[in-house]
Design a protein around this ligand. Sequence first.
Ligand code: SF4
Length: 302
Amino acid sequence: MAMIEEILALKKERHATILAHNYQVPEVQDVADLVGDSLELSRAAARLDAEVIVFCGVDFMAETAAILSPHKKVVLPEKGAWCPMAHMITPDQLHDLKALHPEAAVVCYVNSTAEIKAKSDICCTSANGVQVVASLSEKQVIFVPDRNLAAYVARYSKKQIIPWNGYCYVHDHFTPEEVRAARERHPNAEVLVHPECRPEVIDLADYAYSTAGMARHAHASAAREFIIGTEVGILHRLSKENPTKKFIPASERAVCPNMKRINLGKILWSLEDMSTEIKVPEPVRLKAKLAVDRMLAIGRSD
Ligand code: SF4
């Protein structure tokens, strides 16, 4: 409790806001001013009246906040918290892929580095990928870095989707057997999975949603039980927001260790030292912002 009080006092002194991703550990979610998905939080970072943003998530999320909030200090409490999927494609690899498909537009999932965003035509989230691809005039679309989200978007598009072979190792691990077994144990539950899951897992779900979409659906649905196919951290938020409903993980193994590297002690240190500050070089930031702004201009993004 003393540590929470210290965090809150220092937060006030620094004019800071604490943002936490849905996959953070419960005590981090509970101390945050806002809990949400990566883009939801980055947009809030730009909107909120704060001098310092303490971003409890992984590297690309803090970068996206820095892209959208150049006049605020964005700090990531654990500099080793990074997303393996975002680093599965390098700028050189994207350059070579573009050279192979010169007519194609480039769409990058928001789970990508600032440099990849800067080399893309437009960004997308797991909620609006279909809409973003449909908005493009090109018939060919390079989609990076997530092959599973690319396959999900391709279900709803007549365009040729050229995927990069990246994946989120947490979502790629869900198996059809796990989903079937969870359904057998909970026959009345609705099954919600994330579009980063494999196609054969999505085929077995009732709905594929971003984490923000899952939160909305869980609130609105008349169902009392839900099998959740995403990182287990979101169960804390879902249960807190819907205390009379039951949320069951589709797999207990769905844990992203990178997301669990932040704790209350690290938040306190980051407020004391203002570290680690995440900065995006201005030429990269401006180009990356164009890709994010183009996405925001076409509508719903959470
Ligand atoms: S859950 Fe997957 S996409 Fe999210 S930070 Fe972890 S590895 Fe990256």
